[in-house]
Design a binder for this molecule. Structure first.
Ligand SMILES: [Ca+2]
Ligand SMILES: [Ca+2]
Ligand SMILES: [Ca+2]
Length: 506
């Protein structure tokens, strides 16, 4: 039994590749932030000082006033309340009426005369007509009159529908986040241009983050506390399949051969949904999405396929639109594949990491599972220079890549490193000390959420068909490596600007 269990545990590899020179990038010699002393509203420039730009914004007062899950102050363009009221708007000059059988078009002039309506105009829908108000008549009184009529099946107001963009619209001008200039991956994928065209920022879309959990709680101490810059993010209920409890808080995952444990799922979540325009840290790609945290990786960095399969089914049954799987294993599996197909058949987009084993000669470098399944979008990583990152698994199943850097130990431009910058925590396992801050990480784990967020952005615009989504990602990716599709970079590198231009939002 023990042997059996071990075999399966070891098949899932945690997809983070490297954390670079930890101590220098956390705190610049200041007292490390310890969990129970952590104040979530502290301006991040006190805790992540090494990454501050030359002129840190004076944001202390603004961050005090963060209103959870909604607006972040005047930097954000908020839809006025009046507009919400107007979403219940209906036509004021006509109502819709379905007449009973036998009382069709030839009766309309008679009915109009009897009711005082100015005109009854048949629609292309059987026995349904638009009935226009007459002089000194309101739409409401006309409605009542028709509802009482014995020749009418039903009568109703003609309401306006509205696009699925609601809540807080975000603009590039809103960005005041001090670490944003260092998040080169965002510039590279055309983030600002996409935001200009699609200020929904993913509103109304739920991304399940199936991972080590997320620091999303409202508690005061680790792990039930919230990571900085997730203060304005929205969360829906998830599940912890490691401990089988309803609290999928991120408890970290040990980095092999190191003393550090990192908040892997929290990093993924901040890449997707870190606050934009809140004067803190960096920004997420789709800050208005809802995150569904699902914990399937334990503190050692491993997760049973059974947990992952249950996590996928949970997400599929609880309203997720996109499933982000920044993890992978070497073995194919019936339970995993069936869970993937179950979610795919519900119309959910599954996005998974290709894996980080390409430099290890004992593996063949091929894309891991579940990324390898045809129902899943397999995401590889590109370096700052633009080619496939050396660790990024490849092969005929790679679909797309996103910039996650080659190695965080190399400085590529001023203070930028060849890695993704975002917010999470690191635990020094020798002391148990938990430090929240911004870190540079590499790995296909951190390319994957860029694609998940991109899918959320276009889903928020109403594109929900999985094959249409894949086609759009494929056709608008920037070609890398050999011309056209190639087994190192797939169809190319994710590009949000082209993605939005490509679907007619110029
Ligand atoms: Ca838990
Ligand atoms: Ca921020
Ligand atoms: Ca290519």
């Amino acid at each position: 039994m023990r042997k059996y269990l071990t075999l399966f545990v070891l098949t899932v590899f945690f997809s983070v590749i490297a954390v670079l020179s930890l101590p220098p990038i956390i705190n610049d010699g200041e007292e490390p932030q310890i969990s129970d002393e952590w104040e979530p509203n502290l301006p991040v420039n006190e805790t992540i000082s090494p990454f501050l730009p030359d002129e840190p914004p004076n944001n202390e007062e603004e961050t005090e006033g963060i209103d959870k899950g909604n607006t972040t102050g005047e930097e954000v363009l908020e839809i006025p309340m009046g507009l919400y009221a107007s979403l219940r708007r209906y036509a004021s000059d006509h109502i819709l009426v379905k007449f009973k059988k036998g009382f069709e078009e030839e009766f309309f002039p008679l009915v109009a005369a009897a009711s005082g309506a100015s005109l009854i105009e048949p629609m292309s829908i059987e026995r349904v007509a638009k009935v226009y108000v007459g002089e000194e008549q309101s739409v409401e009184s006309l409605l009542n009159k028709f509802r009482e009529s014995r020749i009418v099946e039903w009568a109703e107001l003609d309401y306006y529908a509205f696009p699925a963009i609601a809540g807080v619209l975000l603009r590039p001008e809103d960005i005041n986040d001090p670490l944003y200039p260092l998040q080169w991956h965002l510039k590279r994928i055309g983030f600002e241009e996409a935001l200009r065209r699609n200020p929904s920022a993913g509103e109304g879309i739920t991304i399940a983050v199936i991972d080590t959990g997320v620091s999303y709680g409202d508690g005061n101490s680790f792990p039930s506390m919230k990571a900085p810059d997730l203060e304005t993010a929205k969360f829906v209920n998830g599940w912890d399949f490691v401990d089988n409890d309803p609290f999928p808080y991120d408890e970290g995952s040990l980095i092999p051969e190191s003393i550090y444990s990192i908040g892997h799922g929290t990093f993924v979540a901040t890449e997707i949904a870190a606050g934009l325009g809140n004067g803190l840290a960096g920004v997420g790609i789709s800050p208005n999405v809802s995150i569904m945290p699902i914990r399937v990786l334990d503190t050692d960095g491993f997760g049973l396929y059974s947990w992952i399969a249950e996590g996928i089914r949970y997400a599929a049954d609880h309203g997720a639109d996109v499933i982000n799987l920044s993890l992978g294993g070497l073995s194919s599996s019936q339970v995993l594949q069936e869970a993937v197909i179950y979610a795919y058949n519900k119309g959910i987009t599954l996005v998974a990491a290709a894996g980080n084993l390409a430099t290890k000669p004992e593996f063949n470098g091929d894309v891991l599972y579940p990324a390898k399944y045809p129902q899943v979008i397999a995401v590889g990583a590109t370096s700052y220079r633009g080619g496939r990152a050396s660790y990024s698994n490849y092969g005929p199943n790679i679909f797309i890549t996103a910039p996650a850097g080659e190695t965080s130990s190399s400085i590529v431009d001023n203070n930028k490193r060849d890695a993704v910058l975002s917010v999470t925590f690191v635990i020094d396992t020798t002391t148990g000390e938990v430090t929240y801050g911004a870190f540079w990480f590499n790995g296909t784990s951190f390319a994957t959420p860029q694609v998940s967020a991109a899918v959320a952005l276009i889903r928020a615009l109403g594109v929900t068909d999985n094959e249409a989504i894949k086609l759009m990602l494929r056709e608008t990716a920037i070609d890398r490596g050999l011309a056209g599709f190639d087994e190192h970079t797939g169809h190319g590198e994710l590009n949000l600007e082209r993605l939005h231009k490509g679907i007619g939002f110029n």
